[in-house]
Design a protein around this ligand. Sequence first.
Ligand code: GTP
Ligand code: SPV
Ligand code: MN
Length: 593
Amino acid sequence: MANLTTNPSILSWIEDRKALVKPEKVVWIDGSKEQIEQLRAEACSTGELIKLNQEKLPDCYLHRTAINDVARVENRTLICTPTQEEAGPTNNWMAPDEAYKMLDEIAKDSYVGRTMYVIPYSMGPVGSPLAKIGVELTDSIYVVLNMAIMTRVGKAVLDVLGDSNDWVRGFHAKCQIDEEKRYICQFPQDNTIISVNSGYGGNVLLGKKCFALRIASYLGKNEGWMAEHMLILGVEKPDGETKYICAAFPSACGKTNLAMLIPPEIYKEKGYKVWCVGDDISWIRKGADGRLYAINPENGFFGVAPGTNEKSNPNALASTKKGTIFTNVVHNLDDNTVWWEGLDKNPPENAVDWTGKPWNGKTSDAKGAHPNSRFTAPAVNCPCISPEFENLNGVPISAFVFGGRRAKLAPLVYQSRDWNHGVFVGSIMASETTAAAAGAVGVVRRDPMAMLPFCGYNMADYWQHWIDIGKTLDPDKAPKIFNVNWFRKDDEGNFMWPGFGDNLRVLDWILDRCDGKVDAVETAIGFVPKAEDINIDGLEGEVSRESLESILDVDKELWAKEAEGIAEFYSKFGDKLPETLKAELETLKANLK
Ligand code: GTP
Ligand code: SPV
Ligand code: MN
């Protein structure tokens, strides 16, 4: 097959990789419908994909990963910088020379008898001044088809790149899917990513976490912009004006759900609408008017399937009705469709579970879908996709929102006093772990800005970068910074806030705060709403004024303990911890006395 470009840096890199892995042939992904169709057919012929009911789910397919390969592997994800200090205490590190050598040994000859697919892709709308280009080499059709949904792929991308060397190298090899030899390595100084022995999304769709967060966060630090693990949504008020919010929650903590929320009835009646710009990643840069603008570098949603249903997230569900790849969900053999826990109360009896074994949902105690099973759906399918989704310059941001899963402690919502205090609030985020990464679930850990597994350099320098960005902003134009917690539980373990669509009630308060339209109570940790300012009309029987007051409460004793935990976490960073954050911690401690 003819090369799709004459770009010398791309061609020489492909030659270099070919010499190492020895593919039988090379196929360039041109982005055409015909080629995608042909690859789907080929994957079905080998069992890599299963074609689903084309009447109910046109152009939809099912895939199962290996049983040992169902989530990101944080302990095998390495930041390969010249010194360990550049990676910092929260990243796993290996020296670049050592890592390249190790990875070359693992990948050597691994494409023998296989095809090398060359995927040119753009993160961000093709030609946007905020977009960046990558090329991923892979031996997996599943990866090609997912990248074709999640990013903009094909010839047009290479035409924009021309002969430039400014692109991110991504090399993926499935090898034997051996967990002991699985490595996801980022080389920020070289714009390079190498991933071996996995076939799971976040480990192998290299445009996503590896590029758009780990490599991009490093590029952003050097170039004066930000790459964040944040959704972007627009709230259109009855007067027709739309305000945009970026929100960072850790993996499987509600970004996709918030980004596509359906307003509660009383808000709909008033004329509120919510528009989804992105559900996972934001690239953010100061615009000519001095405000911060964000684009979503992705073109699809790689969303958590379990719990997605007609009530919790109808927009996500609708997005999966065509052109979608389902991974590790239940296969319903009766009508050749898919199912997962929390889709409806009617699990199929004649089915196959995520491991490929026969499964009867009516009698089985075991889960049919993996807790981290996912759908890969095109963004254009989403009924509430923002009219600004393709805007090359992005959307102006009014508020940043941080949040996590905290059964206790963190109130439903609070606002930081100013930008630097907001950076502190982001830096002290903590959340219960989820199935999105291999390892224990439900353990509270520090996850600053939801970037713990995704920051491509020293977290202390990343915080300093946030502080530095703030210095460039006129305080009137800087987004206001908030923290939310949808996951407070009562003593019986029940969620105290209904969440999902009702989270708009909290966003409404946040936007009113941005507009200076509503008062708040100043507490030790920041500004908390007066209970009467959160609209709970229509939540009778679910949320009372008293329960609302209790989830807005700031318990000084618990927070004093939390401050000790923060100090301990901060101590990992030694002298690199920004003075500003040290001072903010002292202020918090003083406020709690
Ligand atoms: P990643 O794709 O891993 O980055 O996850 P995400 O942050 O997009 O999380 P997602 O929206 O997929 O939600 C993950 C889980 O959290 C699902 O099981 C949801 O049902 C649950 N969830 C989301 N929003 C809420 C909420 O407001 N309240 C409660 N109780 N659960 C929620
Ligand atoms: C996450 O884990 O935050 C995800 C899924 O969005 S993955 O692409 O696997 O990282
Ligand atoms: Mn994510």
